[in-house]
Design a protein around this ligand. Structure first.
Ligand SMILES: [Zn+2]
Length: 175
């Protein structure tokens, strides 16, 4: 998180929430609290909706935990991330949702990386993919704003940090 990606067409938080919500609707999973993200990845792969591949951990080391190839439109998931997601580790679950975000937000590298670091978050591929992961795993419409980050982390399968963001989003959403 907080890592800079490449420039992409602008999408604000509300846009990304709307896209994640529409995807849940199409999957008939609008009301699912605990999204089984590893299962979903495999299912979408089986139906040729998205392309992914498991890899050795060393294959993605210089890319971080997992990687989305915007040219091939393919997600690369190290075995350790997949295994951790399968046993419910929030960070790994978020990583998979983040890579799916690159795909569903149609990120491509056409605008390229450059040395300009002044661009705004809403046109940054990493910020957008993180926002997608947060909204997709814990839609503000499903998170009880009176709950606690601890409970949200357990219910939605998030890291504590992601749960705190989800709680804030839920409070904003209800206000
Ligand atoms: Zn990313």
């Amino acid at each position: 998180m907080q890592k800079r990606g490449y420039k992409v067409p602008p999408l604000g938080g509300q846009d990304i929430f709307a896209i994640s919500k529409e995807l849940r609707k199409q999957l008939d999973m609008s009301d699912v609290i605990y999204m089984d993200i590893a299962w979903l990845l495999e299912t979408l792969g089986c139906y040729d909706i998205l392309d992914y591949e498991y890899c050795e951990d060393s294959d993605t080391m210089h890319y971080g935990e997992a990687f989305y190839n915007p040219v091939e439109k393919k997600i690369l998931i190290p075995d350790s991330v997949y295994n951790a997601a399968c046993v419910g580790k929030g960070r790994a679950r978020f990583t998979i949702a983040h890579e799916m975000g690159h795909f569903f937000l149609k990120h491509s590298a056409v605008l390229g990386r450059n040395n300009d670091t002044t661009w705004k978050a809403y046109i940054d591929s990493e910020w957008q993919a993180d926002a997608f992961a947060g909204y997709f795993l814990a839609p503000p419409s499903l998170v009880d704003p009176r709950s606690t980050a601890e409970n949200i982390a357990v219910d939605f399968g998030l890291s504590f940090q992601a749960a705190r963001i989800a709680l804030n989003n839920a409070k904003k959403f209800r206000s």
